[in-house]
Design a protein around this ligand. Structure first.
Ligand SMILES: NC(=O)c1ccc[n+]([C@@H]2O[C@H](COP(=O)([O-])OP(=O)(O)OC[C@H]3O[C@@H](n4cnc5c(N)ncnc54)[C@H](OP(=O)(O)O)[C@@H]3O)[C@@H](O)[C@H]2O)c1
Ligand SMILES: *[C@@H]1O[C@H](CO)[C@@H](O)[C@H](O)[C@H]1NC(C)=O
Ligand SMILES: *[C@@H]1O[C@H](CO)[C@@H](O)[C@H](O)[C@H]1NC(C)=O
Length: 367
């Protein structure tokens, strides 16, 4: 059995689910002994100072008991603790922190492997993206995998890598990349309407109540989350997008409401703009189409865009259900008919699966 060490920073929805999947994997594995030496939230952490490993069954009650301590400082103490492990070290960043992402190059240069669902490191400045890959590719650099940054557990980045590595040429990638936007438009402009027609603001309010949006829905409606995912896909396809804001992003936040003081004030004001969205919807209907919020990347033209587009009622995108994502890869080999990846694109369990499968990829590459 080879022994490997794991540190988990961030233990929210995804983190919790990840730890439970990791625990089951460690018990199943006949090849690896996995020792989890750090579980950290923002203000409390569990450390296994002797590297013998934390108890992954009792960690949740342990972290809130007297065993929970102040997290080691980031990056210095954390880096020192991780690099002193007596074997291969894998860092799982389960936060959405930019501060943590900015330190990825240092961790990778020190030989720490990294797996994460955090989009910030790969979709902020191009300089950080390049530094992360340069640190990983340098001699003794750690491996880096971030499948869950696009489409949660869906095999999007691994599929893209396989296409490119085997010599295919990416022509275009397009699809619905946000579970929130998917849910919103599948209920606002359904393919087969049932029951009374709902206004856009009512759909947003309902999605928020069901927990499908961020606490402030503007964080979804501004389109930036989708733009970050497109930035990652573009960069991995060789299109070196400078910033996640350096291409057209259609925000669904009416200008006057950008400065609304609270989510509640925003939602109240949104009803005043329902007429505009209704027009968008009926225009699509009159063309035999439905409106959806999509991202698209045209590698040949070097163009990336994020926003509303009409889709033929018979198209795969129009037929999407619930909060599912769909990603269509148009390539030279696949020709006119895209290779399509479709399914749940959000949720703690499927996201954690994307993270654990990345961790297993690292294990398989260790000598
Ligand atoms: N949920 C999904 O469906 C989904 C899908 C794809 C990707 N993701 C990505 O997965 C990541 C995690 O998502 P989530 O939904 O699990 O988020 P979350 O519930 O907000 O959890 C974040 C966790 O990170 C901790 N944290 C934040 N800053 C930290 C810091 N500086 N040091 C240590 N811990 C810190 C928080 O601590 P406290 O517990 O103390 O607050 C919390 O435990 C995000 O990057 C998200 O974008 C999520
Ligand atoms: C990471 O932690 C955040 C916040 O606690 C949580 O929402 C997310 O689901 C976690 N992701 C993983 C992969 O554990
Ligand atoms: C974790 O704690 C539980 C409850 O105390 C115990 O039954 C279990 O054996 C512990 N597991 C390990 C790996 O120490």
């Amino acid at each position: 059995m080879s022994k490997v060490y794991v540190a988990v920073i961030g233990a929210g929805g995804v983190g919790k689910s990840f730890i439970s999947q990791l625990n089951a994997y460690a018990l199943r594995s006949k090849k690896y002994t996995i020792s989890t030496i750090l579980i950290s939230r923002s203000s409390k952490a569990l450390l296994s100072k002797d590297y013998s490993g934390l108890n992954l069954t009792t960690w949740e009650s342990d972290i809130s008991s007297s065993s929970g301590v102040k997290p080691p400082s980031f990056p210095d103490e954390t880096l020192k603790f991780l690099t002193s492990a007596p074997g291969p070290m894998i860092l799982v960043d389960n936060t959405s922190s930019e501060t943590i992402a900015e330190e990825y190059p240092r961790f990778l240069s020190s030989g720490v492997h990294l797996v994460t669902p955090n989009k910030k490191g790969f979709s902020s400045s191009l300089a950080l993206f390049k530094a992360i890959y340069a640190a990983s590719e340098a001699q003794n650099g750690g491996y880096v995998f971030h499948e869950a940054t696009v489409g949660a557990g869906l095999p999007v980045l691994s599929t893209l890598k396989d296409l490119i590595d085997t010599g295919d040429e990416i022509v275009k990638i397009e699809g619905v990349f946000s579970g929130t936007m998917s849910y919103l438009f599948n209920s606002f402009a359904p393919l087969s309407p049932s029951g009374a027609e709902k206004s856009f603001s009512a759909c947003v309010a309902e999605a928020r109540e069901l927990g499908y949006t961020e606490p402030d829905p503007r964080d979804d409606l501004n389109g930036l989350d989708v733009a970050r995912k497109l930035t990652i896909l573009a960069r991995l396809s060789g299109l070196l997008v400078t910033e996640p804001t350096s291409f057209p992003i259609q925000s669904l936040i009416p200008k006057p409401l950008e400065s609304a003081a609270s989510a509640e004030e925003f939602l109240a004001g949104l009803a005043g703009f329902d007429g505009e969205m209704h027009k968008v919807k009926t225009t699509a209907e009159s063309e035999g189409a439905v409106v959806r919020y999509v991202g698209s990347l045209d590698v040949g033209k070097g163009e990336v865009s994020v926003g509303l587009r009409n889709f033929d009622r018979g198209s795969t995108v129009a037929g999407l259900k619930g909060s599912d994502n769909i990603i269509s890869f148009y390539t030279r080999r696949y020709g006119e008919r895209a290779m399509i990846v479709q399914g749940a694109g959000a949720g703690a369990d499927v996201t954690a699966m994307g993270v654990l499968s990345d961790l297993i990829k690292v294990l398989e590459r260790l000598k």
